[in-house]
Design a protein around this ligand. Structure first.
Ligand code: SF4
Length: 244
């Protein structure tokens, strides 16, 4: 059974949510000329945003964190974005020396040994490359949605992050049904793992399929308590954060 047949549904307000998303992206691109980047995980939501950016010719750069642990199915989306939409996605890799040192010290699957080592791996493979990807940018765009988890229930459309950049979440109000309806009606390419019950896809060692009735994020770091399950990319730092 495909993800489209499972989730795609036209619900009231969809067209308006699309229009508001495009308007928010257009305004943000105008406010941050040449300094705005969409950090895509290549998940379903992010493929929707890529399609909107391409269709409306929005001057927003695309970047992804190439952790070295992504599924082949995820990486295969990069040439598809180029071929279908003419979108080039910058790939940000972790520092090779640091990865070598980390795996030599802790083995191939350090994330299974402790939460601290899992967070250290995320810091090495995601947070440090993200900092480089955002250097020189004044705004970044994500595909986060409020529905995705309790921690994201209050997600604003726009906020200021700890470094003073504007962080935009234009899909904050979208439902899963909206995402898949958009993918279906616009023929947006997506990761085939979504058709194998992977609703949320990250690095291969830290992602599994979910069972019927399991939570959307249950397949991420499934050996940890729910409260620990964030990689740090989208954890707000309250001290400086404000909602716009
Ligand atoms: S998701 Fe897993 S493999 Fe990827 S950076 Fe985090 S701990 Fe490492």
């Amino acid at each position: 059974m495909s993800a489209i047949s499972l989730y795609a549904r036209l619900t009231p307000g969809y067209e308006q949510r699309v229009a508001e998303t495009v308007a928010l992206l257009q305004e943000a691109a105008a406010r941050h000329p040449g300094r705005i980047v969409f950090t895509t995980s290549l998940g379903a939501e992010d493929m929707v945003l890529a399609e909107l950016i391409a269709r409306h010719r929005l001057p927003i750069a695309l970047a992804t964190l190439q952790t070295g642990q992504l599924h082949a199915e995820t990486l295969a989306l990069l040439p598809q974005l180029q071929a279908l939409y003419g979108l080039t996605v910058e790939q940000w890799h972790p520092q090779a020396e640091a990865v070598l040192h980390f795996t030599r010290s802790h083995g191939e699957l350090p994330m299974r040994q402790s939460i601290e080592l899992r967070k250290a791996c995320c810091a090495l493979r995601k947070l440090e490359p993200l900092a480089r990807a955002l250097a020189g940018r004044s705004a970044w765009v994500t595909g986060l949605r409020r529905e995705q988890s309790d921690a994201r229930a209050e997600l604003p459309f726009s906020s200021i992050d700890a470094e003073g950049r504007e962080k935009l979440n234009p899909l904050a109000a979208w439902s899963l049904a909206d995402v898949w309806h958009h993918i279906h009606t616009h023929g947006v390419p997506y990761n085939p793992l979504h058709d194998q019950f992977y609703p949320s896809i990250g690095c291969a060692p830290c992602t599994r399929a979910v069972a019927v009735g399991e939570d959307f994020r249950a397949g991420r770091w499934w050996w940890e308590q729910e409260s620990a399950k964030e990689c740090g990319l989208h954890v707000p730092r309250k001290r400086n954060e404000e909602t716009a």
